[in-house]
Structure formats: structure tokens, C-alpha cells
Design a binder for this molecule. Structure first.
Ligand code: FMN
Length: 231
């Protein structure tokens, strides 16, 4: 079968339609973290749209600093296996990170480094390919930690994640959330809602690519199917 003919339209029963699962992670485990607050604000938006959500607290996934000799000797730590499984079972991810010296946090880099390893049969980045994500940041500073957005985006993109162009950097973050945990600034709130909404629809399509009404059986990021194969 050629690649083009694989892009046929298919019809399925809407009864099989399932809610997308969105996993949310903060790159900070600091008590009172503004990035964790931003994750919870994003979760409220995602839930409101009808997503199933799970907040993954990286503090619950204790891992050593990644070291290839350690991996060769003992494989993936249990915490890395668990985090990897949680990420893999979600359709979309929301990742908020503080800006540490213009970059994402060591905690986030380390967690993702471990999760990028240990795929079966030598397949690389199985946890990441085909996922969609939104990256966010928050900082007490005026720029909202926005210099962490590109490194966050670049890391995930390198692993095969489709990172949406929409992102939000929340400045002045110590006063940015109301008592319910929502963003006070209407502009920031609208940007967060727009980003999460786009992720919701993209994740819903991915979640139901085998079972929706009628959709194009297109390939997701990182899947090259039978491209180049002539029938
Ligand atoms: C090592 C380190 C580096 C930092 N570098 C930056 C920075 O480059 N830009 C910035 O806006 N804030 C920087 N900060 C301040 C953080 O934005 C602030 O501590 C913030 O509250 C961390 O996010 P959290 O509340 O989610 O933990 C830095 C903090 C630390 C500990």
C-alpha cells in the first residue's frame, strides 16, 4: 500500500469516543511554587473543557542525576519507569518550568533524560513521539521566566513531541493568582485558555484516532509509516 492510499477516510462509531488525558508537570517542587500554581490553573481549564487530567509531581519521582554507567549497571530507576509510564499513557502534556539562569530547571532536564531511555527493542523516544504539549513559565520577575520557554520547547521537540506555538510566561507571579488559583490578569488568563484549548483538541484527536466519527488517518509526528514504499 502506498503512503497516499493509507490516508483514506474512515468512519467509526462515536460510542467509542474517549476523553483525552492531559498530564501536567511543574519543573519546580518548591513549596508555594508559582509554576506549580500555573499548572493547577491550567488543569482547571483542561478539566473545564472535558479532559481527564493528572498532575505529576516530580518530587514523587526521586531519581539520581542521570549517568550512563549507572543506567548500564542498574537500568532505569523505578521512579523513572513510573514517570515514563504516566507520560506515555497521556495524550497531551502541559509542562511549566521556572527560568533558572535563562534555562529550564535541572530537575526537569534530569527527569526527561531518564524518561528518554529504556525503550523496548532499541526504539528511541517511544514515550515522546506523537505527543502534543504546551510549555509554560512563571517568575516573580517581569518577564515571567520566558527564557525557559525555548529550551523547554527545544528539548521536547528533539524527542518528537509536537509542541504547540502557544505558550504563556506569567510575570509578577507572586501576585498573579487569585484565591481560587486562577490567573488575575485577563490577558494572561485568555492566553492560557487559548493554549490549553488547542492542546485539548489536538490531544482529543490523538486519543481517538482509531475510534472517532470520521477522520483522516494521518500520521503523527515521528511516524513515517510507509512513506516511500511503492505498492
Ligand atoms: C538557580 C536560580 C536561578 C534563577 N534564575 C532566574 C532567571 O534567570 N530568571 C528569572 O526570572 N528568575 C530566576 N530565578 C528566580 C525564580 O524565578 C524564582 O525563584 C521562582 O519563584 C522559581 O519558580 P517556582 O516558584 O515555581 O519555584 C532563579 C532562581 C534560582 C534558584
Amino acid at each position: 500500500m502506498s503512503f497516499i492510499s493509507a490516508l483514506a477516510k474512515r468512519s467509526f462509531s462515536s460510542a467509542q469516543f474517549r476523553k483525552p488525558v492531559i498530564a501536567l508537570m511543574s519543573g519546580s517542587t518548591r513549596e508555594g511554587s508559582v509554576n506549580t500554581q500555573l499548572i493547577h490553573a491550567a488543569e482547571t481549564v483542561a478539566k473545564g473543557l472535558g479532559a481527564e487530567t493528572k498532575v505529576l509531581d516530580l518530587g514523587n519521582y526521586d531519581m539520581p542525576v542521570y549517568n550512563q554507567d549507572l543506567e548500564a549497571a542498574s537500568g532505569l530507576p523505578k521512579a523513572a519507569q513510573q514517570l515514563k509510564a504516566e507520560l506515555e499513557s497521556a495524550d497531551g502534556w502541559i509542562v511549566a518550568s521556572p527560568e533558572y539562569n535563562g534555562f529550564i530547571t535541572p530537575l526537569l532536564v534530569n527527569s526527561i533524560a531518564w524518561c528518554s531511555r529504556g525503550d523496548p527493542d532499541g526504539e528511541m523516544y517511544a514515550t515522546f513521539k506523537g505527543k502534543s504539549a504546551v510549555v509554560l513559565s512563571a517568575s516573580p520577575g517581569a518577564m515571567g521566566g520566558m527564557r525557559s520557554l525555548n529550551p523547554n520547547r527545544e528539548l521536547l521537540t528533539n524527542l518528537g513531541v509536537s509542541v504547540l506555538p502557544d505558550s504563556v510566561a506569567v510575570g509578577g507571579a507572586f501576585g498573579a493568582f487569585d484565591d481560587e488559583g486562577a490567573l488575575v490578569d485577563v490577558g494572561q488568563k485568555a492566553m492560557l485558555e487559548a493554549a490549553v484549548e488547542k492542546l485539548f483538541y489536538q490531544s482529543r484527536d490523538a486519543a481517538n484516532r482509531e475510534a472517532t466519527y470520521e477522520m483522516i488517518d494521518a500520521h503523527l509526528v515521528g511516524e513515517y509509516g510507509e512513506a516511500g514504499v511503492v505498492a
